[in-house]
Design a protein around this ligand. Structure first.
Ligand SMILES: O=P(O)(O)OC[C@H]1O[C@@H](O)[C@H](O)[C@@H](O)[C@@H]1O
Length: 309
């Protein structure tokens, strides 16, 4: 991987760059100037910009290496939160991933007009000591010509025995002011209060919530920016909504005291029921992010519809 290798596809471009930390990043560009950046550290999308160059994902101004940057889209695997023996949200987000030069075919993906990259994570000996299940975790990050961002993850069991896991895309959306934001599509669903004892509730209005069996489309309306994020998911039955709010923001070392106002995490996730794979089986989870002017919502959004191909 050189300083800046480029692969041209006439309309879209993929560049691989090494930063001052020695970490490789892949930048995807659309012909009209949208872009996305993926880090080998965690397979984490760290930037997604629209055609005007505006950043659509939140990242904290405080970076505490060797931890990955707080923000973007960290991947939680094979555990979500602290409900298991592993570190919080599993080890995948803290590992170095590799570019997958020759990934297995992904039949549901139409490559035309898209700029995309495949990454892969395979367990190290230490990972296998902590979680003794051989797996291959693949991630395809794709930027379409209209600037939509799609993440497709595949987990394959290359173990002799079945195993179970949880998964989440911890999606840090950048918002103008958290008090100006509304979420559509999650209003009347059961949730587990993820900060407390994970009991099942049917109330509304908290800020660390695991929503169960959510519709495949969620809309996040930013009134001040007059823009709406549309999140479409597949294979990810649950949604977590998270904002640390004032007190927790102050307690987090890699987060500014006031930064909670500029972010909202809305995660496509598979948490309540763990996914179980038999030897040789593969699971796919997909998240598609787009931005539309707020006037477009919500009557035009079909909140039951899933992702296309
Ligand atoms: O600080 P971390 O490990 O990156 O986790 C961020 C947050 O992720 C959220 O999804 C959880 O609901 C929170 O409880 C958690 O604090």
């Amino acid at each position: 991987m050189g300083h800046s290798a480029a692969v041209w596809d006439c309309r879209a471009v993929v560049e691989i760059t090494r930063d001052w930390n020695g970490i490789d990043y892949v930048t995807l560009r659309s012909p009209l100037g949208a872009s996305a950046r993926v880090s080998m550290h965690g397979g984490q999308v760290t930037s997604w910009r629209n055609e005007q160059g505006e950043e659509l994902l939140f990242t904290s101004s405080i970076f505490k290496p060797p931890k990955a940057v707080r923000g973007g889209i960290p991947i939680c695997f094979p555990q979500f939160g602290n409900c298991g023996v592993l570190e919080q949200h599993g080890f995948a987000r803290n590992k170095m991933w590799a570019v997958d030069i020759n990934p297995p075919p992904l039949p549901s993906f139409d490559p035309i007009g898209k700029s995309f990259i495949d990454l892969v994570l395979k367990p190290s000996d230490d990972d296998l000591k902590a979680w003794p299940h051989s797996f291959e975790l693949r991630l395809r990050v794709s930027l379409s010509s209209n600037g939509d961002l799609t993440l497709i993850s595949r987990v394959r069991n290359v173990n002799g025995k079945p195993f179970s896991f949880s998964f989440a895309y911890l999606t840090y959306l950048s918002v103008s002011d958290i008090s100006e934001v509304r979420i559509e599509g999650l209003e009347t669903l059961d949730f587990l209060d993820n900060l407390c004892q994970r009991e099942r509730f049917t109330e509304q209005g908290m800020l660390s919530l695991l929503r169960l069996s959510t519709p495949n489309v969620t809309a996040v309306l930013d009134h001040e920016k007059k823009r709406t994020y549309v999140l479409k998911k597949q294979g990810l039955p649950d949604t977590v909504v998270w904002n640390p709010w004032e007190k927790k923001a102050k307690a987090m070392a890699d987060f500014g005291d006031e930064e909670y106002k500029q972010m909202l995490c809305v995660n496509g996730a598979a948490i309540e029921k763990a996914i179980t794979l038999k030897p040789g089986e593969e699971w796919t989870g997909r998240l598609e992010l787009s931005v539309v002017p707020s006037s477009f919502c919500s009557e035009h959004l079909d909140l039951q519809k899933g992702v296309g191909t």
